[in-house]
Design a protein around this ligand. Sequence first.
Ligand SMILES: Nc1ncnc2c1ncn2[C@@H]1O[C@H](COP(=O)(O)OP(=O)(O)O)[C@@H](O)[C@H]1O
Ligand SMILES: N[C@@H](CCC(=O)OP(=O)(O)O)C(=O)O
Length: 374
Amino acid sequence: MDMREKIASAQRVVVKIGSALLTNDGQGLDVGNIGLWVAQIAQLRAQGKEVVLVSSGSIAAGMKRLGFSSRPTQVNELQAAAAVGQMELVGVYESHFEVHGLCTAQILLTHEDLSNRRRYLNARSSLRTLLNLGVVPIVNENDTVVTDEIRFGDNDTLGALVANLVEADALIILTDQKGLFDKNPRDHKDATLISHASASDESLDAMASGGAGVLGTGGMLTKVRAARLAARSGAHTVIASGREGSVILRVANGEDLGTWLQPEHDRLSARKQWLAGHLKSRGTLILDDGAVRALRQSGTSLLPVGVKDAEGSFSRGDMVMCVDQQGHIVARGLINYSIAETLKLLGKPSTERAAILGYEGEPELIHRDDLVVN
Ligand SMILES: Nc1ncnc2c1ncn2[C@@H]1O[C@H](COP(=O)(O)OP(=O)(O)O)[C@@H](O)[C@H]1O
Ligand SMILES: N[C@@H](CCC(=O)OP(=O)(O)O)C(=O)O
């Protein structure tokens, strides 16, 4: 399969839109362009693709509304601008998506939400649920509460981490240049566009430098590094100009636009590597024959009803082994419940989990996206 075709076959896409596109040099949000991007995302939804939007612009919008003529340097003023601007940003997106009959959801994340395993799983579960409900999640850094120590620092990085979180097939980074050039095109008229490269190609870093935007924090270097981060979970990245006509649709449908940075492994093998190589098993589930068949033949999630026993000492999010009744390894995966909760759920239908646990957790013990079947 041609690599661009791999992007066209992407079922789950993260689109990141930077400040350089969303604002008219600090004159507030460019609402017209937002409507164009929203219409394209709505068409991707209509094609059956799931889309998570990572959007900058809150600080820029807040600066305009608060009358700041330049980007504040005081953290508290930056946070105030972000808080005020985020209201306008999500309001503009919500009203434009509503025209297409789509709901949006605001997701504000800090670095801790993704570095703490339990919070990571909660964020992932929320995003999965929203996507399953046909909602378009709109993600930004929670600038109002972060400090320099715990910032993502830029939304390119956040976009890549969200691509890891939702196991996206592709990350599309829209900026104010046609893509990555071999040197900054603002400073070099002879700069040449890089059509495609491996995300792991370290020579790209020397080509990229910081952003020109007064308001943005990313620059091209963070976009190259974000592609490398996204590739960790097998996502392809395309850096393209948000001003190119129908750019989101054209890139998502495999057209040769912008700079395409390819992962070394596709999503499934990246997950196998990560699950198999990076996590120590904390317990064992003994599956009945029906569950073994379901995992092996249908690639389903593992439900409590198919598990006969559980051993070990594990918490939500830990890696556990799944074995058949003869002790042969069938699969390994990240479990949604602790050993204590799992023992309560064993053999029970998922519909009884709220009554058993006292809260409505995930219906599956291990989601299929977190399973690697041997
Ligand atoms: N090699 C390069 N190729 C393209 N753009 C580059 C390169 N090096 C630096 N840049 C600069 O990076 C800018 C895009 O980064 P940034 O301003 O942070 O955009 P965004 O707000 O979309 O994140 C471009 O406008 C350009 O000036
Ligand atoms: N959370 C900030 C993100 C700033 C940022 O990363 O900007 P950019 O590098 O232009 O994507 C905002 O909304 O302004």
